[in-house]
Write a protein that binds this ligand. Structure first.
Ligand SMILES: *[C@@H]1O[C@H](CO)[C@@H](O)[C@H](O)[C@H]1NC(C)=O
Ligand SMILES: *[C@@H]1O[C@H](CO)[C@@H](O)[C@H](O)[C@H]1NC(C)=O
Ligand SMILES: *[C@@H]1O[C@H](CO)[C@@H](O)[C@H](O)[C@H]1NC(C)=O
Ligand SMILES: *[C@@H]1O[C@H](CO)[C@@H](O)[C@H](O)[C@H]1NC(C)=O
Ligand SMILES: *[C@@H]1O[C@H](CO)[C@@H](O)[C@H](O)[C@H]1NC(C)=O
Length: 421
């Protein structure tokens, strides 16, 4: 009796062992998806063969990679917001890769073909985004100048803004503690050497989320084919900001380009040659995207989150939680400590204030500083140009200089935009 019981147990064990070995062997003989830190779904997310093999193995399988687009406009607080994503260890974050595409196009196109160029440019933008989301960092070589040699480049735009590009395996010298603060633009290239795009791809494949920030896509409708692409699981965080604040920030950051505006601000007289078209189209594009997003067309449903920068600046923890829920990321201690360091002025060191893209400063104070920086005449003109956008997003107009400068009078109406269901 006792003996046969033991035999049964032995048989069961042996049979389990054989099965285990068989699965191991099968998996090990297959190239790619199941090996190393790469997760099963990264390369062939729709390929059921890989999926079945990987899911049946005894090793834990990560869920398919997810994609995040931080969709914004210049000087709308996107560097700050992007850092909320970049700080998470499970995110591969890239800061405005489309910069390189625009550079390459600007050099080769003539003004005559502008309409055609716009469509071609948008196509190239989407193409690059798709390749980056699938972790083909080498696709960037089509646009980076000077051309990378042996997949290595020293000209990757704003590499220092990406935690993953300044830490191992991409940068062996970049220990976590140093890269956490991302001190300035020069630290990473200085300490990490040129960027190996093959290694960047490996790092990308090891992360659960790929997040990209861009300020170069005009409207959310321009992203439709990308959002519908079956290879991606894309969610869009649409970051908006008070256009009056955007203008003030652009005037500070790009003073050459905004010389006429600066003269207007200083003299209180509008120069005839001041260009109103750029900020007007910023307002129009922003409104068009918000209207589209809130209408919730089928292709965008559950994939669109509207975030006002002011809400993020005033309630960073709450808004960050909302963003994290939306993109399906768990909270991470590094993110929360970054928030607490960057949302009160005490943590600010003087040298960082001078840096044009600095995010290390009091988000609350910067969100409202435009009210002290713009002459009322400019504000008034802008309110007329952008009145619909202001109303749509819940930004109040001011009717006098006193009201403009009275910081106890809030211009941001409480708004709850529809949840992304
Ligand atoms: C564009 O042209 C300028 C001047 O000819 C050159 O310095 C720059 O490197 C070029 N940029 C790209 C991305 O080709
Ligand atoms: C870049 O990284 C890849 C992958 O590790 C490696 O095979 C290649 O030799 C590296 N290239 C250079 C120029 O170091
Ligand atoms: C506008 O002028 C005021 C002084 O009148 C100055 O303090 C402010 O910085 C200027 N704003 C910009 C954006 O240049
Ligand atoms: C914005 O201004 C235009 C033209 O003055 C006007 O027709 C429109 O009703 C205004 N919109 C809002 C929301 O006030
Ligand atoms: C500033 O705004 C507050 C709140 O609306 C108001 O009570 C106060 O009277 C205003 N101050 C001035 C100087 O207008």
């Amino acid at each position: 009796m006792e003996c046969s019981w033991k035999t049964v147990l032995l048989l069961v064990c042996a049979s389990l062992g054989v099965q285990y070995t068989a699965i191991r062997t099968l998996r090990d003989t297959l190239p790619g998806p199941c090996q190393g830190s790469f997760n099963c779904h990264t390369r062939q997310p729709r390929d059921s063969r890989w999926k079945a093999i990987c899911e049946d193995t005894l090793l834990p399988v990560e869920s398919p990679q997810k994609h995040i687009l931080l969709f914004a406009t210049t000087r709308s607080g996107s560097s700050f917001t992007g850092q909320l994503l970049n700080q998470h260890p499970g995110v591969f974050y890239v800061f405005e890769p489309l910069f390189h595409v625009q550079q390459a196009f600007t050099n080769t196109s003539s003004r005559l073909h502008r309409t055609l160029d716009r469509r071609a440019l948008l196509g190239a933008y989407r193409d690059l985004l798709l390749n980056l989301y699938t972790c083909d960092l080498r696709f960037m070589e089509n646009y980076i100048r000077p051309e990378p040699q042996e997949h290595v480049t020293g000209s990757f735009f704003r590499r220092s803004s990406s935690h993953a590009l300044c830490t191992p395996p991409v940068c062996p010298a970049g220990s976590e503690s140093v890269a956490n603060g991302l001190p300035d633009e020069t630290w990473c290239p200085k300490n990490c050497g040129a960027l190996n795009l093959s290694l960047a791809s490996v790092s990308c494949l090891s992360k659960g989320h790929v997040a990209i920030k861009t300020v170069r896509i005009p409207e959310i409708g321009d992203l439709r084919t990308l959002i519908e692409d079956p290879r991606l699981d894309l969610k869009v965080i649409h970051l908006v900001r008070d256009p009056r604040a955007i203008l003030a920030s652009r005037m500070m950051a790009f003073s050459d380009q905004f010389r006429a505006w600066k003269i207007w601000n200083a003299t209180r007289r509008q120069p005839r040659y001041v260009d109103l078209s750029q900020i007007t189209s910023t307002c129009k594009d922003m409104a068009a995207s918000v209207e589209m997003g809130l209408q919730r067309p089928a292709w965008l449903r559950g994939r669109y989150l509207l975030v006002r920068y002011e809400d993020l600046a005033f309630h960073p923890e709450d808004k960050a939680s909302e963003i994290y829920r939306f993109v399906g990321l768990k909270k991470d201690s590094r993110v929360w400590s970054w928030i607490s360091q960057n949302t009160n002025s005490d943590a600010c060191s003087p040298s960082e204030w001078n840096y044009r893209y600095s995010t290390t400063r009091d988000s609350r104070a910067t969100a409202e500083s435009w009210r002290r920086r713009l002459d009322f005449d400019i504000v008034n003109t802008l309110q007329n140009l952008c009145n619909d956008t202001l109303a749509l997003l819940g930004y109040k107009q001011v009717h006098s200089l006193v009201q403009l400068r009275n910081m106890s009078y809030s211009l941001v109406e409480a708004q709850t935009f529809q949840p992304p269901l």
